[in-house]
Design a protein around this ligand. Sequence first.
Ligand SMILES: Nc1nc2c(ncn2[C@@H]2O[C@H](COP(=O)(O)OP(=O)(O)OP(=O)(O)O)[C@@H](O)[C@H]2O)c(=O)[nH]1
Ligand SMILES: [Zn+2]
Length: 188
Amino acid sequence: MNEQQQQKIESAVKDILTAVGEDPTREGLIETPKRVAKMYAEVFSSLNREFTNYKVFNSDVQDNGTVIVRDIPFYSMCEHHLLPFFGRVTVAYVPRDGKIIGLSKIPRLVDFVASRPSVQENVTHQIGVQLDEILHPKGIAVIADARHMCMEMRGVKKQAGSTKTTYYRGVFKDPTAKRELLDEIRLS
Ligand SMILES: Nc1nc2c(ncn2[C@@H]2O[C@H](COP(=O)(O)OP(=O)(O)OP(=O)(O)O)[C@@H](O)[C@H]2O)c(=O)[nH]1
Ligand SMILES: [Zn+2]
């Protein structure tokens, strides 16, 4: 985010504070617009950017099993209320022709996809779509579980447990393969 964008946010935050009946010049709030601008630059850092910082490797093994990166924490902002939703996501894929990606790049992809205003379905879907474009694997599964502050601290005010969203492609469309994967995730 550039300087001009940050200044626009600062000025908008000042307006919001005034509109809600606050005094943006009081001591506790004086730095708030700046802090919020900095915070948005961080939590919306993937806007208008592409996920590029990764390498695809060829593993020596041609017939890899399933790669599962489990319980990756993620934080995002719902696009309806700009309140956080957060939880954990498990990403699994079956490599094609030994093509793999550095393991750390999967949590990085999760962070990237989550760092913009979104909904849980889109975060889940985008992780799957982007991994598909990078690796063209035989199968991908993305399973996300999250809590939504816009449903807990306002609105319906129901702690509806958590919300689960999934993305299954390729081999994981097969019910047996999907069941085996879910057993594997549960037991590992
Ligand atoms: N599908 C989906 N919906 C979400 C997500 N996060 C928040 N929502 C919902 O988005 C909806 C927005 O509904 P609106 O009726 O336009 O907004 P609202 O008047 O603030 O709705 P309430 O939250 O019911 O008070 C709400 O039902 C939220 O629960 C998400 O990740 N996925
Ligand atoms: Zn919301």
